[in-house]
Design a protein around this ligand. Structure first.
Ligand SMILES: NC(=O)c1ccc[n+]([C@@H]2O[C@H](COP(=O)([O-])OP(=O)(O)OC[C@H]3O[C@@H](n4cnc5c(N)ncnc54)[C@H](O)[C@@H]3O)[C@@H](O)[C@H]2O)c1
Length: 270
């Protein structure tokens, strides 16, 4: 079996930090040429230098994924530099402060911003990727970064985020059906808590990390390379019959702890 990505071209959004950065490094390590996108140029330049120092090929394309025009330009940059796109990872996403509240308190502007960053941008990415992959004519692998939160009720702050992740999981499944005839596979990865800059405000100490880890059957929270491994698998030819899947990368957790924490807090208040 060949997990290698030699000869493939991959686009990874949100590659400046966290999961996207780990995925881009893993793809390059497996032999892919990598187009890395994020808003900040400095992080991307550092990443490209790191990949090139190890003998890999990479291109930095500063991109705000909430702009469809910018996402289209990202696909064009990949095509004009490397000639094709085999893998596209819709990874950029995250939290919007005003939407991290109980559903009844989320204001309209924050709701729109949450949707734009975590749902619309994934559709822009899928459309740009499908266009580029169809042009190549040899299929491709489109990967959506979902979350364990997509599969659960997330009371107490992450409800809006979880709903957005559920939406993109559903979009990925539908795209898997719509794009199958072009040889394009579409899958989602649903990580549990992973130690990245996104969660710096939560994972503030060893105690805080241990508190989260106790909800994970394998006894620890995730690290970026745990997710990068799944992304390598889905991009590789080994996964050539895998499409429409939601791959949990969550240390055995099939529920998040939010509902239990929320109800415990209510019980303590009463
Ligand atoms: N860390 C976790 O526990 C976890 C769990 C499940 C799912 N996820 C998802 O994985 C993805 C990556 O998360 P992470 O933890 O690596 O986050 P992160 O905040 O550590 O890194 C996110 C990267 O995306 C970039 N980004 C943010 N908004 C962007 C935009 N509008 N345009 C372009 N780039 C943008 C950031 O600049 C950064 O480089 C997100 O979609 C997140 O929702 C994370």
């Amino acid at each position: 079996m060949d997990f290698s990505l030699t000869g493939k071209v991959a686009v990874v959004t949100g590659a400046g930090k966290g999961l996207g950065r780990a995925i881009a490094l893993a793809y390059a390590e497996q032999g892919a040429s990598v187009v890395v996108a994020a808003r900040g140029k400095a992080d991307l330049d550092t990443l490209v230098a790191e990949i090139e120092a190890k003998g890999g090929k990479a291109l930095a394309v500063p991109t705000d994924v909430t702009s469809q025009q910018a996402v289209d330009a990202l696909a064009d940059a990949a095509l004009s530099t490397f000639g094709k796109v085999d893998t596209w990872v819709n990874n950029a996403g995250g939290f919007i402060d005003g939407a991290m509240k109980d559903w009844t308190e989320v204001d309209a502007a924050s709701l729109d911003a949450m949707w734009k960053l975590n749902v619309s941008s994934y559709v822009y990415g899928a459309q740009a990727a499908a266009r580029a992959m169809k042009q190549g004519g040899t299929g491709g692998s489109l990967i959506f970064m979902s979350s364990l939160d997509a599969l659960n009720a997330c009371p107490g702050g992450e409800g809006c985020y979880g709903a957005a992740k559920m939406a993109i999981t559903h979009i990925a499944r539908t795209l898997a059906v719509e794009l199958g005839r072009f040889g394009i596979r579409v899958n989602s990865i649903a990580p549990g808590i992973v130690q990245t800059p996104l969660l710096e405000h939560v994972l503030t100490s060893d105690e805080a990390i241990a508190d989260k880890a106790k909800f994970y059957p394998l006894g620890r929270i995730g690290q970026p390379d745990d997710v990068a491994g799944a992304a390598v698998y889905l991009a590789s030819d080994v996964a050539s019959y895998v499409s429409g899947a939601t791959l949990l990368v969550s240390g055995g957790a099939i529920f998040n702890s939010d509902p239990f924490r929320y109800l415990s807090a209510l019980a303590e208040e009463a």
